[in-house]
Design a protein around this ligand. Sequence first.
Ligand SMILES: NC(=O)c1ccc[n+]([C@@H]2O[C@H](COP(=O)([O-])OP(=O)(O)OC[C@H]3O[C@@H](n4cnc5c(N)ncnc54)[C@H](OP(=O)(O)O)[C@@H]3O)[C@@H](O)[C@H]2O)c1
Length: 291
Amino acid sequence: MSVLLLGRGGLLGSCLVSHLSGSVELVAPTRNEVDAESAEAVAAALERFRPAYLINCTGFLNVDRCEQNPALSFQGNFLTAANVARTIAQVLPNCHLIHFSSDFVFDGHRGNYVESALPSPLSVYGIHKFMADEFVARTLPATHYILRTASVLGISDLKGNFLRAMLTKVSRGENLRVNDTLKVSMATTEFIAQGLIAIMREAPPAGAYNLVAEGVLSWFEMLRYSCLHLGVTPSFGRAEIDEYPNAALRPRNSYLNLVKLRTTLPTLSRVWQDVLDEHLDSHRFYTDLFK
Ligand SMILES: NC(=O)c1ccc[n+]([C@@H]2O[C@H](COP(=O)([O-])OP(=O)(O)OC[C@H]3O[C@@H](n4cnc5c(N)ncnc54)[C@H](OP(=O)(O)O)[C@@H]3O)[C@@H](O)[C@H]2O)c1
């Protein structure tokens, strides 16, 4: 099965290139080779590789910079995704688009969001992700998957992640307080790769799917659990989100409901502790930090 992946320079894209390479026939051009904003470049790649799936991992993720510079966010989170969807519709309409969405499309007032819950984003990033989701669903009604994910952990030479940064500080003995206010879902790039393989093999109906591990946690709980897993005594305190004002508002309870994932692709129903164990055990980076 041939798969074209765009956005290989990012956290998710770079990790997926290594997780998926043995399982599918993967072509993953760099941004210089295929700029996802360019209709000509995307059309040429579709015509050349004729992929069954295009996995779009592009985006502009810095939510505070998105707030300060909405034009950059519009370009990176909406225009690029819209261009990819429109070009597929015009050039290779049988190609399925896999597009990533975010828990930031919700305001976080109540949590447990099903796929059909009405978005009400608090941030510029969330607005542009929501707009992209809508555009993708309307442009490719029968051939899109919108995978809504959250707090993704991955180990890449190109980009860091929250846990990696925090564990590095713990290993240096830095005095830390970690957010315990936001209640989130989490995923790892390994888990997302398993989700992609399941979707490409089993071809469930087009539409939106929440793709995160089961359960709700805070970043404090994620770090505490990771320390215990690695045999390190947690030595940091709890912080409230309001102590660190950010340009962009974050949803407080953005965790996602997994009933649809559980019923459609039951092998992906895994608790966050199990998914995090797998991640921590898969990367020597983590154990090496505490040698
Ligand atoms: N990370 C998370 O926790 C999370 C959670 C929910 C949803 N998501 C979604 O998952 C997707 C991937 O996120 P990520 O964490 O991997 O983000 P990331 O690390 O910031 O990577 C995004 C990548 O997209 C590339 N890119 C942007 N515009 C492009 C273009 N026109 N052509 C080609 N490449 C382009 C960027 O290139 P440069 O390196 O040149 O800037 C960057 O390498 C995004 O849609 C994001 O909204 C992520």
